[in-house]
Ligand binder design. Structure first.
Ligand code: MBD
Ligand code: FE
Length: 311
């Protein structure tokens, strides 16, 4: 039997020192986490006989990943962000926090501070007129008993017809396809938008480079992201993934969930179009959100995940 170097008392003591456990400065929590990362990394390197070339190419990869701002994209693609949802679902179930609209991943493309509108909003800046299909979105925010929640903030964001998001795609106007809508007295929100296209990872980027090595694509189905919040209710991070998309159940980020599929209804009726103030074919999507009551402090707000904030 060969001795595992990474498991010897000397190496364990060395990593404890490297993680700062022999001093009383710094953060005990960070020390605990870093020690585990060092121990597990050393074990992995030894067990899988990681070569020096493999190791240093991985380090170079991390530099390139961060350099391109794709760390959170890779995390979504590797299913770790979805795993966090499953973990939170299981923790909720253990304490009986069930019911309501399911959560699903936020993804890396939220921008804080979108225009705040009362009851309804137009989401798109009109630059894709003639190319995009106009989409009328409406729905109600309700509690677990079905009672409407007035004054809830529906913060939604989506891609354009190219699958790109404003702010990250500098060719789009500020906050294009991003709005915060306050629900009316009946808990309703209404948005005029466009039918989004699915997102695809940059084929030249480090995330797709990794996915290629896994034999995987980097595509998402067309979807619309939501943060829903209201005083007295648990913040909800979720998405509507659109039915009929070829990637609906083949999402590289694993965000599609039962209960989160939106049926887009395409309408070709001149009279109905005129009533909506548009010409020709348009689309409708109706989706309600059901919130759980907040029981613990902090639950009404979204996580403190660092996010883009546009001036
Ligand atoms: C997206 O639009 C997205 O929602 C996720 C999760 C990852 C990449 C792009
Ligand atoms: Fe997205």
């Amino acid at each position: 039997m060969t001795v595992k170097i990474s498991q010897t008392a000397e190496l364990q003591a060395f990593f404890k020192q490297a993680a700062g456990l022999d001093n009383d400065q710094g953060s005990p929590r960070v020390k605990q986490i870093l020690l585990r990362i060092l121990q597990d990394s050393a074990r992995l390197i030894e067990d899988l006989e990681i070569t020096d070339d493999e190791f240093w190419s991985a380090i170079d990869y991390l530099n390139r990943l961060g350099g391109r701002g794709e760390a959170a994209l890779l995390i979504a693609g590797l299913g770790i962000e979805h795993f966090l949802d499953l973990l939170n679902d299981a923790r909720d179930a253990q304490v009986g926090h069930t019911g309501g609209t399911p959560r699903t991943i936020e993804g890396p493309l939220y921008v804080a501070g979108a225009p705040l509108c009362e009851g309804e909003a137009r989401m798109d800046d009109g630059t894709e007129e003639g190319v995009a299909t106009t989409l009328f979105i409406e729905g109600q925010v309700i509690d677990l008993q079905g009672k409407p929640i007035a004054g809830a903030i529906v913060d939604l964001w989506q891609a354009n017809t190219k699958g790109n998001y404003s702010y990250f795609d500098k060719s789009q106007s500020a906050f294009n396809l991003r709005r915060r809508i306050v629900t009316d007295a009946e808990g309703r929100y209404r948005a005029r938008s466009i039918v989004p296209s699915g997102y695809g990872c940059d084929p030249q980027g480090p995330t797709q480079e990794c996915l290629d090595l896994l034999g995987r694509h980097g595509q998402r189905p067309a979807h619309i992201h939501y943060f829903i919040s209201a005083p007295g209710y648990r913040h909800l991070t979720t998405q509507i993934n659109l039915s009929g998309d070829k990637y609906l159940w083949d999402d590289f980020a694993y965000a599609t969930r039962e209960g989160l599929i939106g049926e887009v209804n395409f309408v070709e009726d001149a009279a109905l179009a005129a009533k909506r103030g548009v010409e020709g074919r348009f689309a409708e999507l109706s989706f309600d959100f059901q919130l759980q009551p907040a029981v613990e402090t902090g639950e009404e707000q979204r996580s403190l995940r660092p996010r883009a904030l546009q001036a």
